[in-house]
Ligand binder design. Sequence first.
Ligand code: NAI
Length: 316
Amino acid sequence: MEPSQVAIIGSGLIGRSWAMVFAAGGFKVKLYDIAQEQLTTALENIRKQMKEMEKLGVLKGSLNAEQQLALISVCTDLKAAVEGATFIQECTPENLELKKKIFGQLDLTVGDSVILSSSTSCLLPSKLFTGLKHVKQCIVSHPVNPPYFVPLVEIVPHPETDPSTTERTYALMKKIGQSPVKLNREIEGFVLNRLQYAVISEAWRLVGEGVISPTDLDLVMSDGLGMRYAFIGPLETMHLNAEGVSSYCERYAEGMKRVLNTFGPVPEFSGETVQKVNQALSEKIPAVPKVLDARRKWRDECLTGLAKLKTQMKSD
Ligand code: NAI
């Protein structure tokens, strides 16, 4: 049987990763971009990454790297790229007008069963899709960078998205080995970034007020909270840290509220604290491309190892 086909619109960091995830799942992938050289670089980069992962024994899916690469083709013609696709994942720069233009073009081209999905990090579906003829088929599937190693996908519907679009997207994400979650309605920042920004704000206030150094603040997460958050979420943490959630609330609600009431206002993320954090981080990891790239590579290796461990430890 011919493998199902997906189209990826935009071949940058996230588009490449989606292409690899879908190819690992056995899908035929058409990668579209406005610039041929961008596509050429994307393909070279995908090949390099797949070969490396194959060597390390961490390539996803049941096909080998060459077989997966053979599933990916590139294209600079939007109509040709989406022809035959059952799912389209848009990965263009985070710019509302640009994305609206692309979805407007796709709206004129696609049939009634194709799913139009956006990778947007923070544009609400109501901003992206309102007024489209195929709005029922539109959805946000927000990945986490790097999607190949971090499987979470936030699925966020437009108020007019058909429930079957949500269900099909959810099932597809599962099928390709990602870990989808469904939001029942759109909300600024979706869920991942709301949690992330809550953590960043308090980190920023603590460092800004001189309570702790930037380096030690990061350790609190990487050697403390983060260790368990890779396996259980904050709610299960409550459940396990007492005799269930009710018992946790009975014991700790007053304490949590007392602490939460001391949290400060939303930081400005400017001025002295920027300098302080930047200086500390730059001493540890100079902000030059070579060093940043090496550190990103190390981070991805850590995530690969963690992904392996999570598979071994899977409990459900
Ligand atoms: P990027 O800048 O690496 O890639 C964007 C790609 O889109 C480039 O290849 C560019 O040539 C192409 N492009 C520009 N205009 C186009 C057009 N009219 N038609 C087709 N392609 C076009 O951006 P990145 O980081 O891959 O982000 C893509 C989307 O994914 C954004 O919406 C971003 O918010 C979202 N996202 C990004 C994450 C990240 O950490 N980078 C994480 C999760 C989501």
